[in-house]
Design a protein. Structure first.
Length: 91
């Protein structure tokens, strides 16, 4: 499944369009980070496991919320979601 901006906004409960450009950049960055967490150079974005979508949303939320105290918790949660798929080549 390919995560859309609409999916990200719905998950974050964002109903306005003022932050669409920011959320798009954060989503791209979070997707790249999720790919690095998976540590599988053969995996493509289109082949990410479904659980990666939630991890990407958590990574976006970590930066979008802007609360430095909550950021580590969001990142740890994203890592835990992805960890079991790391280097296994599961598509």
């Amino acid at each position: 499944m390919s995560l859309t901006l609409a999916d990200v906004k719905a998950s974050l409960r964002v109903t306005h369009s003022e932050d669409d450009a920011l959320l798009t950049r954060l989503q791209a960055s979070a997707t790249n980070e999720a790919m690095r967490m998976l540590d599988d150079s053969a995996m493509t974005v289109d082949a990410l496991p479904a659980v990666a979508d939630q991890a990407i949303v958590l990574l976006v939320q970590a930066d979008y919320d802007g609360d430095p105290e909550k950021r580590p918790a969001y990142r740890r949660a994203a890592e835990q979601l992805i960890y079991s798929y790391r280097s296994l080549g599961i598509k």
